[in-house]
Design a protein. Structure first.
Length: 195
């Protein structure tokens, strides 16, 4: 399977679908659709780095295969992740969300900035070693679940009825986060040659 080509089309599909939700979705859908630009941008960033370095892969002593560009970026990778996270987080706060509800153009701005933040994280993710990727993903997964909990508890700050939030949060947990966690778990098992 050509993972590079698949990742390109997957990222474009995720970005288009999430952009449509940002344009025509109701407030709770827009609030929970933040993963679209972040994940779509992240996959696109990974694709760009790996397609540029397609023929320049280095295998390190622990068996990790990484593009030369990723290894050259290794000392800046953590900074890239921090900048990407700082670009994403402000758009998830109740204050900016309420402002986006009154100034619709801010939805497009938030989508664009979060996609750029995701792209930056995806671009540098290949620079990390396997265990570092596992830690980063685990922190991101926990962060998402905590964010869903905060949305539920503070639904009044977002101006959304709590019962409606519960339905969407359960859909996100079982429809998105559970399959995502299962895929990542399968990746870890395959990577450590447990199957």
């Amino acid at each position: 399977m050509d993972y590079l080509r698949f990742s390109k089309y997957l990222s474009i599909s995720i970005l288009i679908v999430s952009l449509l939700i940002y344009i025509i979705g109701d407030p709770i859908e827009k609030l929970l659709a933040y993963q679209g630009p972040v994940i779509g941008g992240g996959i696109l960033g990974w694709y760009v780095l790996n397609s540029v370095s397609r023929d320049k892969i280095i295998e390190e002593e622990n068996g990790d295969r990484a593009p030369v560009t990723a290894i050259l970026l290794r000392k800046y990778a953590l900074l890239g992740v921090i900048i990407g996270i700082l670009m994403i987080i402000p758009w998830l706060t109740p204050t900016l969300f309420a402002l986006e509800e009154t100034v619709q153009l801010l939805y497009i701005l938030s989508f664009t900035i979060m996609a750029i933040g995701g792209f930056l994280i995806g671009y540098v993710i290949s620079s990390f070693k396997f265990i570092e990727k596992v830690i980063l993903y685990s922190l991101g997964f926990v962060g998402d679940i905590l964010y869903f909990f905060v949305i539920y508890v503070a639904s009044q700050l977002f101006g959304i009825p709590q019962l409606e939030v519960v339905n969407y949060v359960l859909l996100m947990v079982y429809g998105v986060k559970f399959p995502e966690g299962a895929i990542f778990g399968f990746y870890i098992i395959k990577r450590v040659n447990a199957i």
